[in-house]
Write a protein that binds this ligand. Structure first.
Ligand code: ZN
Length: 277
C-alpha cells in the first residue's frame, strides 16, 4: 500500500506535468472503486484548470479552478500516471485504467487500480478539512507538530504496540507498515514494545528517525512493492535501502544478526533482535 513517501514523490512528479493544464474531458471506464465515483464527476471536472496539487497523509488533493477539489487515494494498488501522448502502447497495463483525464496539451492522466480500493471524490474546497477522510487525521510526520512531547502525550497509558501506534493515522498521518518498521529500526526500538512503557529517550529517537527516513524515501521515489508505480509508471527506488522490512531470515546490515519477523496488530513486522530493544 502506498505510504506518505510514495504519495509525496508522486505529487512532486505529477506537479511538473499537470499544474496549469486544463482537464478537457473525463472518461470513467469503471466507477466502482472503494466508493463509487459520482456520475457527476466528469461534468464537474471537465473544463477546469488544475491549479494546485497537494498532499495530506496518503491523500492527494487536486485543486481545480472554481471551488472544487478532487480528493484521491490510491488504496492498495492504485496509481495515477501521466501518459505522454507519444507513449508506446504496452508501456502501461491498461486493463485496470478506470478513469481517464484528457488534458489540453494532448497528454492524459490515468487512474489505474487492479484491486479498486482507491478513492476519487469531489469535495468543495472549503470543506476539505472537515471531510470524513481527513477530519480525524493526526499531524504530518514531517513537520513541527510531530515532536517527542506530542508523541509522549499520545502513547500515555496505551497498551498497543509502538508500531501499531505509529501506524494509527489519528496519531500521525501517512506512516504504514514499511516505514514504521524502518523508523523503529533506526530508533533501536522493537516494534512489539508496549507504547505506553517507552522511555522519553526512546520516543525522542523515534521522532528523530521519522522525518529523515521519510525524506530519504521521497528522494528515492518510494519503495517498489507489487504494483506501486510513480507518475511515469516507473517503480520506486527505495527498496534497496530498506534495512529490515521484508528481510526476515537475512543478516542485519549493522550487526549480522538474523532479522526476525513478528505479527504486530495483524501486520507482519520486521526487526533486528540485537539492534532493537
Ligand atoms: Zn542488528
Amino acid at each position: 500500500m502506498p505510504e506518505l513517501p510514495e504519495v509525496e514523490s508522486l505529487r512532486r512528479a505529477l506537479a511538473r506535468s499537470i499544474l496549469g493544464r486544463t482537464i478537457v474531458s473525463v472518461r470513467i471506464n469503471e466507477p466502482r472503486l472503494r466508493r463509487v465515483v459520482s456520475p457527476d464527476f466528469p461534468a464537474a471536472v471537465s473544463g477546469h484548470k488544475i491549479e494546485g496539487l497537494r498532499r495530506r497523509a496518503k491523500y492527494l488533493i487536486v485543486d481545480l479552478s472554481g471551488a472544487t477539489s478532487i480528493l484521491a487515494h490510491l488504496g492498495m494498488s492504485g496509481s495515477l500516471t501521466y501518459r505522454d501522448k507519444r507513449f508506446v502502447p504496452g508501456q502501461f497495463d491498461s486493463r485496470h485504467d478506470h478513469v481517464h483525464f484528457q488534458l489540453d496539451d494532448g497528454n492524459a492522466l490515468v487512474y489505474n487500480d487492479p484491486r479498486r480500493f482507491g478513492l476519487l471524490k469531489l469535495v468543495p474546497r472549503a470543506e476539505l478539512e472537515s471531510t470524513s477522510e481527513l477530519n480525524e487525521l493526526g499531524p504530518e510526520p514531517i513537520g513541527d507538530a510531530f515532536d517527542a512531547a506530542y508523541l509522549a502525550h499520545q502513547v500515555r497509558g496505551r497498551r498497543a504496540a509502538i508500531k501499531t501506534v505509529l501506524m494509527d493515522q489519528r496519531v500521525v498521518a501517512g506512516i504504514g507498515n514499511i516505514y514504521a518498521a524502518e523508523i523503529l529500526f533506526r530508533a533501536g526500538v522493537r516494534p512489539t514494545r508496549r507504547a505506553g512503557r517507552l522511555k522519553r529517550a526512546e520516543l525522542e529517537r523515534i521522532v528523530a528517525a521519522t522525518a529523515p527516513i521519510l525524506r530519504e524515501a521521497i528522494d528515492g521515489r518510494g519503495t517498489t512493492f507489487r504494483s506501486y508505480r510513480d507518475s511515469r509508471g516507473r517503480p520506486g527506488g527505495f527498496a534497496s535501502r530498506l534495512k529490515v522490512y521484508g528481510r526476515a531470515g537475512e543478516p542485519c546490515y549493522a550487526c549480522s544478526t538474523t532479522i526476525r519477523k513478528a505479527l504486530v496488530g495483524q501486520r507482519t513486522s520486521f526487526y533486528c533482535p540485537h539492534c532493537q530493544h
